[in-house]
Ligand binder design. Structure first.
Ligand code: SAM
Length: 341
């Protein structure tokens, strides 16, 4: 018979680990709530679950169980009459609120992402993205071939950006720039916010052809102050702007590819241009940091990595750029300001 050693850890640690082991449930519960649009349906006030179920096309008892479980986590709440209502966290699952995380919740429960995460062992054993093994092609190639997945991804990126943008605007003074290019700017959420806040700025979103097509809707209100340019940042970038922004781009790539992107960008920069590399910087030590968990997304999905400040400095140096300042923001993002050497 196997000898079982008595547990020595306090029970709260055991409980915490149990909860972490079953974290997958929470992700999917929030995903389903987002998919059914529950928060939007409760925006006008509490509703009985039967009424809500009929509206969203759910089985009433099952929906009750979902909402009860979510309410136990602080997302939705049941009132004394038995109706379900929004809580401050559930508010963030509405689609029409500032800083909405609905699109983020929609993407993180998608089957194409879950299947890749189911193969995480492959990434840890080989260092290669499980996504590529799972789907037979790299992440961005997959998005190109699957427009619905791409739409989910781009919306989720904007969902992240909306929270991060205000913090970036506070941390860096954009008032002395006239023109800005957002390299890998996605659907243009960050650029739109920059131009709204700084009327002297004109801007360009540079991204893949299939992506910039979707930026038009976000940018239309800015008229002639913005344009979109389609291209591949391994080959080219629009030349001569005062400011280049690269947010959440380098973390998608290994060092060799990240350096190629930086080299292309450097070639497009005028002598006085600045480049803002905006990323989650990995801190030393064991302290909790979003960057350390995002790094797992990079390992499993894109094949990139989150980096420390020193690693970013070295990467930029190797591409002929110098980091002249690093500004922390009140979001997980830092702004690294670089110039040509
Ligand atoms: C993680 S997303 C970040 C988007 C945006 N900067 C943000 O922070 O929300 C990376 C972006 O790089 C773009 N991208 C990937 N490969 C590219 C390439 N070869 N050339 C240009 N853009 C590319 C993607 O389409 C995507 O919009």
């Amino acid at each position: 018979m196997n000898h079982v050693r008595p547990a020595r850890q306090p029970s709260h640690l055991r409980d915490a680990l149990r909860e972490q082991i079953m974290g997958f449930r929470t992700t999917q519960m929030i995903h389903v709530a987002a998919k059914l649009g529950l928060a939007d349906r409760l925006a006008a006030g509490p509703r009985p679950v039967e009424d809500l179920a009929a509206t969203v096309g759910a089985e009433p008892q099952a929906l009750h169980r979902l909402l009860r479980a979510l309410a136990s986590l602080g997302i939705f709440a049941q009132d004394e009459a038995g109706d379900f209502a929004l809580t401050p966290q559930a508010e963030l699952l509405r689609s029409d609120v500032q800083g909405s995380l609905r699109d983020v919740a929609l993407m993180y429960g998608e089957d194409w992402l879950w299947q890749a995460y189911g193969n995480m062992t492959h990434s840890v054993r080989t260092g290669a993205p499980a996504f590529t093994k799972t789907h037979g092609q790299p992440f961005y190639g997959y998005l190109h071939a699957h427009p619905r997945a791409a739409a989910r991804f781009n919306a989720a990126m904007n969902g992240f950006s909306s929270h991060e943008t205000a913090a970036i605007l506070e941390a860096y003074d954009f008032s002395d720039a006239r023109s800005v290019v957002d390299i890998g700017g996605g659907h243009g959420g960050l650029l739109a916010a920059l131009l709204r806040a700084h009327p002297q700025l004109t801007g360009t979103v540079f991204d893949l052809t299939s992506v910039v097509a979707g930026a038009a809707a976000v940018l239309s209100e800015l008229g002639e102050r913005v344009r979109t340019v389609a291209g591949d940042f391994f080959d080219e970038a629009p030349a001569g702007a005062d400011l280049y922004v690269m947010k959440s781009v380098l973390h998608n790539w290994d060092d060799a590819d990240a350096q190629r992107i930086l080299t292309t960008c450097r070639a497009a920069m005028a002598p006085g241009s600045r480049l803002l590399v905006i990323e989650r910087v990995v801190p030393d030590g064991n302290a909790p940091a979003e960057a350390k968990l995002f790094d797992i997304n990079m390992l499993v999905v894109a094949g990139g990595r989150e980096r420390s400040e020193l690693e970013y400095r070295r990467l930029l140096e190797a591409a002929g750029l110098s980091v002249v300042r690093v500004a922390a923001t009140r979001s997980p993002m830092s702004v690294m300001v670089a110039t040509k050497r």
